[in-house]
Design a protein around this ligand. Structure first.
Ligand code: GLA
Length: 373
């Protein structure tokens, strides 16, 4: 019987700590109960074939020596991972891969990290490459930065690898390798849920805005004589002359404080306080970091109008998803409120669903899974 390895990898929402992972700050994501499945079978002819259940996705084939620019679209994340493995000294002889997703792509829920981490984990498993979790995260990040062209931090990869049921993952990016600490979440026991509002608006991480923010943060840190912007003290905002750099720095400093406050609030089960912190994070991302968009702002406003304790955009921004902490009996009202507000703007109907903190990437026993022919 042909050896098939199957890995399930969740998406993530970031509870708080946005745009801090490349600034040396703390971030607090959680893995969610929507996954990408990767099935892998070995080949020895230097070829990689990939099938996907994404709408309209045809089979894609490329050589194991694939280079940046040769594969684009959804398969670039797969080709990028094969390239990244080889670039880091882990060339593979060939593979058949099947990618199945129950994670909406482009919704800011890290379908890309789930795919790259899933492919890296499955190939590591299949060919005994000996990668540890940190290596898988770095391979996946290198695939996005070096192949797809999105200079992302490590939050998403670490979240989808280290997530656990009923826990968030506190990641300290001030140290290398970043440390991860589980944070127990108790809001469900106290009658609350986390709702996602997938706006359907374009999520343009690779379009230059993300890289532009990252560049601004690096410039602000350099002007302040710091290695990373999260090391700045409160005086930084008066030291900087440029208004844009000042605003970006204000976000990084206040968001760092909010992550600490959120961890304390979660520990105390102080949910209204957590809600206030989430909503304040959104205002900072909208006004100081300028990575929100009208669809996200309206989603947050509508969630608060419907009785959420707090709401914010999650992920890189410019589209994607918002999250809201809300009593379950108000989720339907929230959905209706967001739909009404979106209709007024003649925007596409958003998707609203509840997510639960879930286990990170794991191998699933092969149940005779069939790979495409
Ligand atoms: C994207 C990136 C992450 C992180 C967030 C913003 O999700 O992949 O590394 O920078 O944006 O917090």
């Amino acid at each position: 019987m042909t050896d098939v390895r199957r890995w399930d990898v969740p998406g993530r929402v970031n509870l708080i700590g946005e745009h801090l992972d490349y600034n040396g700050g703390p971030v607090l994501p959680m893995a969610i109960d929507r996954t990408v499945t990767v099935k892998a079978r070995a080949r020895d002819d230097g070829t990689v074939n990939v099938w996907s259940d994404l709408p309209g996705a045809a089979k894609v084939s490329f050589a194991v020596t694939v280079q940046p620019g040769e594969v684009d679209g959804w398969a670039a994340y797969v080709a990028g991972t094969v390239w990244s493995l080889a670039d880091r000294g882990h060339a593979i002889p060939g593979a058949d891969l099947v990618i199945e997703s129950r994670l909406p792509a482009g919704a800011g829920l890290s379908s890309s990290a789930a795919t790259t981490c899933g492919v890296a984990s499955a190939l590591d498993d299949l060919f005994s490459l000996g990668l540890g979790t940190d290596d898988v995260a770095l391979v996946a990040q290198h695939a996005e930065a070096g192949y797809v062209g999105a200079p992302v931090g490590l939050m998403d990869q670490l979240a989808v690898l280290h997530g656990a049921a009923e826990q968030a993952v506190l990641i300290d990016t001030a140290v290398t390798p970043h440390t991860t600490t589980p944070v127990a979440l108790g809001w469900e026991a106290d009658g609350l849920v986390l709702a996602v509002i997938a706006t359907g608006a374009h999520h343009a991480l690779a379009d230059g805005e993300y890289a532009a923010r990252r560049d601004e943060c690096e410039r602000a840190a350099a002007e302040l004589g710091l290695e990373r912007l999260a090391q700045a003290g409160l005086d930084a905002t008066v030291m900087l002359a440029d208004e844009t750099l000042k605003a970006r720095t204000r976000h990084v400093l206040t968001e760092t404080a909010r992550v600490r406050g959120a961890v304390t609030a979660i520990g105390r089960r102080a949910w209204p306080q957590l809600g206030t912190i989430l909503t304040a994070s959104h205002a900072s991302l909208r006004d100081d970091f300028e990575v929100s968009c009208p669809e996200l702002d309206v989603a947050v406003e509508a969630a608060l109008e419907a009785g959420a304790l707090g709401a914010r955009m999650t992920g890189g921004g410019f589209g994607g998803s918002a999250i809201a902490l809300v009593p379950p009996e108000k989720v339907q009202a929230l959905r209706e409120r967001v739909e009404v507000r979106y209709e007024q703007h003649q925007w596409k109907r958003p998707e609203v669903f509840v997510v639960h903190a879930s286990d990170g990437a794991h191998r699933v026993p092969d149940t005779g899974a069939r790979l495409g022919g």
